[in-house]
Every structure is written in C-alpha cells, then in structure tokens.
Design a binder for this molecule. Structure first.
Ligand code: NDP
Length: 241
C-alpha cells in the first residue's frame, strides 16, 4: 500500500515540487494551500494531485482539513510542514500584525498541522515529519526578525518532537533551504539578486525547488529511520552549519 503524504503549501513553489516528487516516487499525495484557488486548480489539473484548502494558522480548519484528507486518501504517514510567508521590514518599523502573521503561519502551523497526525503515527509505529525552515532561521537576516525567529523556532520544535517520538518509529527532521528560485525570491528585485545575493552563494546560482524536494524524498523514505532531529542544510554553501 502506498504511503500517504500531506504537503502544506503544496500547490506552489517549493511545496509544489515536493508534492510532485512524492507523487512520482509512488506516494499518495495531498497538497494543501491557503487561498490562491487559481494556482491550486492549475496545479491539480497539471499533476492530478488533489488539493485541500485550509489555513495552516487556524487550528479548527487544520483539524477538519486533515480529517478530510485522511478520509479520502487514508491516514497520513508523511507530513511536510512547508507552508510559509514573509512580512519583511526592519524590526523598529515592524507592526505586531506583521510579527504575528508570520508567527501564526510559520510557527503556530507546527502545532495546528502536526497535532492532528502525531497520535495516529505513534499508534501505527511509523511517521515522517519534515519541516521546511530557512537559512535565515539559522543565521538571522536583517529585515526578517519575525521570519528568522519563526524559522529558528521550528528547529527547536523538531528536536523536541524527535526525542518524544523516536521510539515509536516517527522521525522529525528539518530542511533549511537557502535562496530558491520561487515567487517568494523572485519578488526580490533582479539587481539586488545579482549584486547582493548571488555573490554570497558559493555555487553561484539560486537553488531549484526540485533540489529541496530531493531532500524531502530522502527523509520521507521507509529506510531513513535512523535520521531524526537533524537539520539538512541545502543552500549552495552560503552558510555552513
Ligand atoms: P511560495 O510563496 O511560493 O508558496 C507558499 C505556499 O504556501 C503556497 O502554496 C501557499 O498557498 C501556501 N500558504 C501560505 N500561507 C498559507 C496558509 N496560511 N495556509 C495554507 N497554506 C498557505 O513559497 P515558497 O515555495 O518560496 O516557500 C515554501 C517554504 O519554504 C516556506 O516555508 C518558506 O519560508 C521556505 N523557504 C523558502 C525559500 C525560498 O528561497 N523560496 C528559502 C528558505 C525557506 P496559496 O497558493 O494559497 O497562497
């Protein structure tokens, strides 16, 4: 029986590449999204992957959405906590709303999406939780105090959860991407990318979403059970941990 994977924010960018790679590898995949129906429907039409709209920052919506996924595809074996947003501004100008929007989507979602699946994984003796953090959670980034805090927070979450669940066949790992060519990064002006970002990346280019998906495939596999509590840094050499 194919294992079931849920990818939050799985309809665009890195998440779309993860959903697609998991499907190609034989998993039954559900792709969650937040509000962009047009992108989600186009993704569904192109890949045949079912899409599920619920806000990862809303506990009741996640509980209901994940129940629907499980009833349609089966219990979730692999959860990829990928959905994320930015609200970049230097901290001395940041509003509480900019702070808390990022906390809700990027950090509260660790609770709202993981809590509904963890007991079932423990009972069945198998689970893979893979969290997409960021290089900026590891090294900090000017203009991203909110995002850096949330992305660092998920690493602590993963280590605690990994310890709690290691004996039950459930692994919890993080991937920390560097700059990946998605809409989030394409929003950065071309000139800034060329003069300020690329010179920092030893491999000399942005990463591709498919490269992050390869990391997810490795961590999701049945035979990756000895890897838990780790952070896989995938950033073209920009920051070596
Ligand atoms: P995109 O903006 O391209 O896609 C984000 C996805 O998340 C979309 O599917 C979006 O849904 C979904 N999403 C956003 N908010 C919510 C929400 N509240 N509820 C449900 N779904 C939501 O992002 P990326 O692919 O660039 O980023 C994916 C992850 O990787 C994020 O966690 C990001 O922080 C991280 N990352 C990205 C890097 C990069 O260079 N791109 C670098 C390091 C980390 P919808 O389409 O409906 O809006």
């Amino acid at each position: 029986m194919a294992r079931v994977a849920l990818v939050t924010g799985g309809t665009r960018g890195i998440g779309a590449a993860i959903s697609t790679a998991l499907k190609q590898a034989g998993y039954k995949v559900a792709a969650n999204y937040g509000g962009n129906d047009e992108a989600a429907n186009a993704f569904k039409a192109e890949t045949g992957i079912p899409v599920y709209k619920f806000d990862v920052s809303d506990p009741a919506a996640c509980e209901a959405g994940i129940k629907t996924v499980a009833s349609e595809l089966g219990p979730i074996d692999i959860l990829v906590n990928n959905a994320g947003i930015t609200r970049d501004v230097t901290f001395h100008r940041m509003t509480f709303e900019q702070w808390s929007a990022v906390m809700r989507t990027n950090l509260d979602s660790m609770f709202t999406c993981t809590r509904p699946v963890i007991e079932g994984m423990r009972e069945r003796g198998f689970g893979r939780i893979i969290i997409i953090s960021s290089i900026n959670g590891q090294k900090g980034q000017m203009g991203q105090a909110n995002y850096s805090a949330a992305k660092a927070g998920v690493i602590g979450f993963a280590k605690a959860l990994a310890q709690e669940n290691a004996s039950r066949g459930v692994t919890v790992n993080v991937i920390a991407p560097g700059y990946i060519a998605t809409e989030m990064v394409k929003a950065v002006p071309e000139e800034i990318l060329k003069t300020k970002v690329l010179p920092l990346i030893p491999v000399g280019r942005l990463g591709e979403a498919e490269e992050i998906a390869r990391g997810v495939l490795f961590l999701a596999a049945d035979d990756a059970g000895f890897v838990t509590g780790s952070t896989l840094t995938m950033n073209g050499g920009q920051y070596m941990t």
